[in-house]
Design a binder for this molecule. Structure first.
Ligand code: UD1
Length: 330
């Protein structure tokens, strides 16, 4: 049977736009739904774009019908942890409630496959800072909770209907398309590597280190940084898996090793040849000390093979993108 189209919600955003590129390179039919509140029209290049909200039932139902969608990849969400702490209901509304509406439309339209953009933030503070998929979930910020509730809805829907899903729990996504076509363009970005590259190009005067008293090797937070192109490939692998009849699954997407904030700063200085001015500041609310993936399951179940597992490579692409944004702002 011929495959249907793929609806990519949030396809004009940072991660979604990289997935759209790879899907189209593979010859998939794609339609993007994005309200452009945080995404960019130019990020979808020439892919079909419907400007609308995932929480808008009528709009979603129409896209699913008109494009004969049989797979949904759901990226549209707010993703800034500190903002989720200060404005929790915004996160439960846009991330959880909108996902419920989307799922309802998917069930009605008999969508077969659903790939969900989940997060390592569902683990909270796991023992030793390492989380496998069987580590108990215990989010410590509303962002993580909003995503975990969506996972629960998915699990229930998959039990009650023929829909099958893959929930991908991303660790720290960074870097940009090696072809320089898309990247993260969020104003007032908060993600470490992005912010450090903004300092390197002179867009910001300094980088704040949030917390130097964590129980980690050098006192700063440790994370598992993964290149956005490897992450995007995981979505294509999940699609192949689901189409091949694979059962619903929850998978970590990380490399399985972590770097501290100071190690990231060293890499940015090494790669860019620019000194990064830092200011040491108190811990940021909602941040766990360390969060690194146990990531064997995705390799085993999906045959996922990361190609860019190298911090300097991640930083190099992030920096190239930041330089491009300086020349031609989005
Ligand atoms: C968080 C989520 C992650 C989510 C991502 C999306 C957690 C544990 N992780 O990543 O699942 O996908 O948000 O936004 O909730 N840092 C600084 N200075 C900065 C910026 C960051 O020191 O200017 C430090 C942070 O304190 C942290 C590390 O760098 O230790 C990484 O932070 P960041 O890049 O913001 O990502 P997370 O908050 O880990």
């Amino acid at each position: 049977m011929k495959n249907g189209s793929i609806l990519v919600t949030g396809g004009a955003g940072y991660i979604g736009s990289h997935v759209v590129l790879q899907l189209r390179a593979r010859g998939e039919r794609v339609v993007v739904l994005d309200d452009l509140s945080r995404g960019f029209r130019q990020a979808v290049l020439d892919a079909p774009l419907v400007v609308g909200r995932v929480g808008d039932r009528a709009a979603v139902a129409e896209v699913l019908r008109e494009h004969a969608v049989d797979t949904v990849m759901h990226f549209a969400a707010y993703t800034i942890v500190p903002e989720s702490v200060s404005e929790p209901l915004k996160y439960y509304g846009n991330n959880t409630c909108s996902t419920r509406t989307l799922l309802e439309c998917c069930v009605e339209a008999k969508v077969a496959h659903f790939v969900f953009s989940s997060t390592a933030a569902v683990y909270g503070i796991p023992a030793e800072g390492v989380a496998s998929e069987s580590t108990p979930t215990a989010p410590i910020n509303p962002y993580g909770t909003s995503k975990l509730m969506s996972e629960w809805m998915l699990a229930s829907v998959a039990q009650a209907t023929p829909l099958r899903y893959a929930a991908l729990r991303y660790f720290n996504v960074a870097g940009s398309d090696s072809g320089g076509r898309v990247g993260q363009a969020t104003p007032n970005a908060t993600l470490l590597i992005k912010v450090a590259c903004e300092v390197a190009v002179g867009k910001r005067p300094h980088l704040s280190i949030f917390g130097t008293d964590y129980p980690t090797g050098d006192g700063t937070g440790v994370r598992d940084y993964i290149h956005v192109e490897d992450l995007a490939t995981a979505h294509l692998d999940a699609l192949t898996y689901l189409r091949g009849g694979g059962a619903s699954t929850i998978l970590n997407v990380g490399y399985g090793h972590g770097y501290s904030v100071r190690e990231v700063i060293d890499s940015v200085q090494r790669v860019t040849g620019r000194p990064i001015r830092v200011k040491e500041e108190p811990r940021r609310p909602g941040d766990p000390p360390a969060l690194v993936a146990r990531a064997e399951r995705i390799r085993r179940e999906l045959g996922w093979k990361p190609r860019l597992d190298d911090l300097d490579t991640i930083v190099r692409t992030a920096y190239a993108w930041e330089q491009r944004l300086q020349r031609e702002p989005w």
